[in-house]
Design a protein around this ligand. Structure first.
Ligand code: ADP
Ligand code: MG
Length: 258
């Protein structure tokens, strides 16, 4: 693990109309960091990840991915990324996994996984297929490569979505409640894949309600409340002492991840 900062977020703000959803969030993710982001529904967790990968444009603040700052400009009084090309390049460096899988339903699993490498990165198809098969093997669904998403369980679809994100060789993986839409018996198979990724040194930001993941896999825990980082620390600091009353109250609803 090196100390390189893979992702740096400085004082990110985001408003929808008059509603200020993010009120100044700063965070550095170093190579191999696994950062769990906890917080009640509506605290701004999804908006935070969506601002990082530019699905939303932050109202203020800076985002730096692997040393490259996203250049912003103002048009009609609102901030906009200056360069579409830069946005596309940076977005390709950030793998995103959503609660709802978001696979292309009209494509097989293999086609889903090679789509980005072939069409965005313009890499040779045969090479992409070989890599995709290796990734599907790794997440345990290579036998499903010619099936369509609708024929897979939720857990298999989410593992396919992880393989699809990894096929772009991202510098940072962003997960937004990857197990929240799954039947309880399918949660473990997805968490196992995520844990393996963490152990390989992938840099990850994970919005989750899985306290055991936050406690046992991540090396940093961030608790968001009303658009701010209310408290943060190592899992031991957060769960053993959890000095913040708001965090204590929050984890009271979920158990403490033991
Ligand atoms: P979380 O993921 O922590 O549940 P979100 O980031 O989804 O929180 O939402 C934070 C707040 O921002 C909520 O009040 C939500 O209603 C609001 N919000 C999110 N997206 C939009 C949007 N596109 N337009 C208006 N309000 C939004
Ligand atoms: Mg959310």
């Amino acid at each position: 693990m090196s100390d390189a900062i893979r992702l740096s977020v400085r004082n990110i703000r985001k408003s929808f109309g008059t509603h200020e959803v993010l009120r100044g969030i700063s965070l550095d993710a170093r190579d191999g960091d696994v950062i769990s982001i906890l917080g009640a529904s509506g605290s701004g967790k999804s908006t935070f990840l969506r601002c990082i990968n530019l699905l939303e444009t932050a109202s203020g603040g800076d985002i730096v991915v692997d040393g490259e700052q996203i250049r912003m400009t103002v048009r009609k009084g609102r901030p906009h990324p200056e360069s579409r090309k830069q946005v596309d390049r940076i977005r390709a460096e950030l793998g995103m996994v959503f609660q709802s899988f978001n696979l292309w339903s009209h494509m097989t699993i293999l086609e889903n996984v090679i789509e980005g490498p072939v069409h965005v990165l313009k890499r040779p198809r045969a090479e992409c297929i070989a890599e995709a098969e290796a990734l599907l093997e790794k997440v345990g669904i290579v036998d499903k490569r010619h099936a369509y998403p609708a024929h897979l369980s939720g857990g298999q679809q989410q593992r396919a979505a992880i393989a699809r994100a990894l096929a772009m060789k991202p510098k940072v993986m962003l997960f937004d409640e990857p197990t929240s839409a799954l039947d309880p018996e399918l949660v473990g198979e997805v968490l196992r894949v995520m844990r393996a990724l963490a152990q390989e040194g992938m840099t990850m930001l994970v919005v989750t309600h899985e306290m055991s993941f936050a406690r046992n896999v991540s090396n940093r825990v961030i608790f968001m409340r009303e658009g701010l980082i209310e408290s943060s620390g190592t899992p031991d600091e957060m769960f053993a002492t959890h000095t913040s009353p708001a965090f204590r109250q929050f984890i009271g609803h979920f158990g403490n991840g033991q």
